[in-house]
Design a protein around this ligand. Structure first.
Ligand code: GLC
Length: 540
């Protein structure tokens, strides 16, 4: 177990993200719940994780699956009660697993009492908790669009005003310029700290300092001032881990977010590498192949750029992204090998690794008929494509490749009915491949992706080179190989990954001949690298 009283303890931690509605149902409702997580804590302890990032379980109308919060101090009955939450925190601690709550501070639900009061009365002190502009129904304040499609302004006839929403209309943006709002947020965070949570993930935190009149959403002028105040008033009073989701962060900004003096957050969660297979200037639905050399260059730039002066999150999956084994691996013939390779590539780097539920099983994307998708973003996109007369097949291809529901189908526990996720009807269909890809089978197979991840996590705890070593990219222009070296206090780690379906000839330099193989996804190394072969070598 990690000593979580030590400064920067989270640099050696591994985080596991749970999307509660799809993890484990214990009531037959078809939606996962807190008791389901408690039931699976031993499984997570066996994997070797230190923290759970719990996607939102707060009271919510669930327009965006909990990313629309109507009470920050209560649990949605869908998931259980505050008492269940306290039990989860306690049971987690017993196993060395801390809970990170997912705080959505950029916006609330339109059903939050603050918004209800704000909307009922212009004179209410809550009115200014949100972002309003006077106007007429026929003319939006400006042309800003919301992330989920459609205008970012919603008309309220009773007030003769528009309110601003960067996401769905049911997710009105909070006005961080208002000091009373900020104080309410700090008090709420301090209250969660008293409940024993060990950290927070901050949803779209780069968007809190918006200035709609100048069409600024991300990286507003007051962003880092707000973050420093937030940190001073809350996180710095405990020994917490904090991570900021920041789609718009570049390296320079990342150094501010994760400054070693702890003035803002512990680490940044940025998406540069995850957006490279998107046409420049296009949107996420446009498909384009991964520019592999650029991908490596981007990782290397972040590894080198933050070394000694910041801290990054390492991830390839989350609840907003397609499953990486389908995206950049091979989810057919080489599913197991490529899932292990992707883990090897990532877990050898500097930063705090995140595992998204089911990644440790090599879970894949899913293809559903359109009426079985649930995500507001997918459904809005589909509607827009229909209106624009885009061919159905093309639309579905984008949804299959990039839709967020790929990551949101239920966790695959067993080969049985509904994958052991629920005894009721799951809120979204289970991936039919659960008959072969499931936790029960993985636990019984010593060569499974699960056991490989377990070993990766152990290695990180044993060898300081993982947390502290510097980084050098080797073979930067090779079109198939991702090779890098880490070095720390005379010890060296070499990570070699063949990102392809073909055998690839590559020989390490003579000095590596005597290295110890820490982990590998094929039995033993002989000549050329086999399809999706990956290994870590260690020189003392
Ligand atoms: C973040 C969340 C995403 C959510 C959005 C709005 O990007 O990860 O799931 O829809 O913020 O809260």
């Amino acid at each position: 177990m990690l000593d979580k009283t030590k400064k920067d303890w989270w640099k050696s931690a591994v985080v596991y993200q749970i999307y509660p509605r799809s993890f484990q149902d214990t009531t037959g409702s078809g939606v996962g719940d807190l008791n389901g997580i408690i039931r699976r804590l031993d499984y997570l302890a066996e994997l070797g994780i230190d923290l759970i990032w719990l996607s939102p379980v707060f009271a919510s109308p669930q327009v965006d699956n909990g990313y629309d919060i109507s009470d920050y101090r209560d649990i949605d009955p869908l998931f259980g009660t505050l008492e269940d939450m306290r039990t989860l925190i306690r049971e987690g601690k017993k196993r060395g697993i801390g809970i990170m709550m997912d705080l959505v501070l950029n916006h609330s639900s339109d059903q939050h009492p603050w918004f209800l009061k704000a909307k009922a009365d212009k004179e209410s002190p809550y009115h200014d908790y949100y972002v309003w502009r006077d106007g007429t129904p026929d003319r939006y304040p400006n042309g800003m669009q919301s992330v989920f499609g459609g205008p970012a302004w919603e008309w309220v006839p009773e007030l003769g005003q528009y309110y601003f929403h960067q996401f769905a209309p049911q997710q009105p943006d909070l006005n961080w310029e208002n000091p009373a709002l900020r104080r309410e947020i700090y008090d709420m965070i301090l209250w969660w700290m008293e409940q024993g949570v060990e950290g927070f993930r901050l949803d779209v935190i780069d968007q809190i300092a918006k200035e709609p009149d100048r069409e600024i959403t991300g990286n507003g002028p007051r962003l880092h001032e707000f973050l420093r105040e937030l940190s001073r008033e809350t996180f710095q009073k405990g020994c917490l881990v904090t991570v900021g989701e920041a789609w718009g962060a570049n390296l320079e900004r990342a150094k501010l977010y994760s400054a070693p003096d702890g003035s803002e957050l512990s680490m940044v969660f940025q998406f540069e590498q995850m957006m490279l297979d998107q046409k420049p200037g296009g949107e996420k639905w446009d498909l384009c192949p991964l520019p592999f050399v650029k991908f490596k260059e981007s990782f290397a730039r972040w590894q080198e750029g933050l070394h000694g002066c910041g801290w990054n999150s390492l991830f390839l999956n989350n609840h907003d992204l397609p499953r990486v084994v389908s995206r950049w691996g091979n989810d057919g013939e080489y599913r197991v090998q490529s899932a292990k390779l992707l883990g090897t590539m990532l877990h050898g780097m500097q930063g705090t690794p995140y595992i998204y539920q089911g990644e440790e099983l090599g879970m894949t994307n899913v293809r559903l008929p359109i009426d079985q998708y649930r995500d507001v973003e997918i459904l809005n996109f589909y509607k827009r494509c229909q209106e624009e007369g885009r061919p159905e097949e093309e639309t579905m291809r984008s949804i299959y490749a990039k839709g967020r529901d790929n990551a949101r189908t239920p966790m695959q526990w067993t080969a049985g009915e509904n994958a052991g996720f629920t005894e009721g009807t799951p809120w979204i269909p289970v991936n039919p491949n659960h008959t072969t890809i499931n936790a029960e089978a993985a636990l019984a197979d010593p060569d499974s992706v699960f056991h490989y991840y377990q070993k990766l996590l152990k290695l990180r705890k044993e060898l300081p080179v993982f947390a502290h070593g510097d980084f050098t990219l080797l073979e930067p222009d090779h079109p198939k190989l991702f090779v890098y070296r880490r070095a720390y206090e005379g010890k060296q780690l070499l990570v070699v990954c063949n990102f392809s379906d073909e055998e690839t000839v590559w020989e390490p330099k003579a000095e590596w001949k005597n290295a110890r193989t820490l982990i590998a996804n094929y039995p033993s190394h002989a000549g050329a690298l086999r399809p999706w072969e990956a290994m870590m070598l260690y020189l003392e």
